[in-house]
Design a protein. Structure first.
Length: 202
């Protein structure tokens, strides 16, 4: 007579396995919004860096706009905003001139410097701009311009005439949902990089 052996999981083993799966699922779902927001913040900061690189290519390569010649191109940023602008410096004053002629049917007017409006994804904005000229200083606005044939930027920050000698400019991108930021760093040698940033201090 052969003996029968019972094989399988006991009820207690099954309960333990289900409990472990439940705990892992809760931990993953709890951290999913944080991970998603952090990933979106990284993507937004990289997108801003790509648009800066695009202006650098346009300026260095001499992209011809609706005006004549080979104009300087730049990006205009303002704090507490979720939009920024690609512009063509028609009058070569190394600053973005926000003219009324750039509205409506006159968008392609030769006096209009605006080339393209960019909007940062909802949930993110630019709370601060800093420039390093000795030490880090805040600025309300930034015009980063690129002139042919060089790829090094020319900086105009707010009304500060000395800001053109800055060695570094940081555009801070912040999430509206979390106290987390990224810095888009534009160096005076033309290098562009994205790094984590403290939202409270430069």
């Amino acid at each position: 007579m052969s003996s029968l052996t019972n094989k399988g999981f006991t009820l207690i083993e099954m309960i333990v396995v289900i409990a472990i799966f439940g705990i892992v699922t809760v931990v993953v779902l709890a951290n999913l919004p944080v991970f998603s927001d952090r990933t979106s913040l990284d993507l937004v900061a990289q997108e801003v860096a790509i648009h800066l690189r695009g202006a650098q290519v346009f300026g260095g390569g001499g992209r011809v706009g609706s005006g004549s010649g080979r104009p300087t191109y730049g990006i205009h940023f303002e704090i507490n905003n979720n939009t920024f602008r690609l512009f063509r410096d028609n009058n070569e004053n190394l600053t973005y001139d926000d003219k009324d002629t750039c509205k409506g049917a006159n968008f392609l007017d030769q006096d209009c410097e605006l080339e393209q409006n960019y909007t940062i994804s909802s949930g993110f904005f630019i709370p601060a701009i800093f420039y390093k000229s000795g030490s880090l200083q805040p600025a309300d606005s930034l015009d980063a311009l690129f002139r042919r044939p060089k790829l090094e930027p020319v900086f105009r920050l707010g009304e500060d005439p000395d800001a053109t000698t800055a060695e570094l400019v940081q555009i801070i991108i912040k999430s509206r949902r979390r106290d987390e930021c990224r810095a888009v760093n534009l160096y005076n040698n033309g290098q562009i990089a994205v790094t984590p940033s403290d939202c409270d201090t430069p």
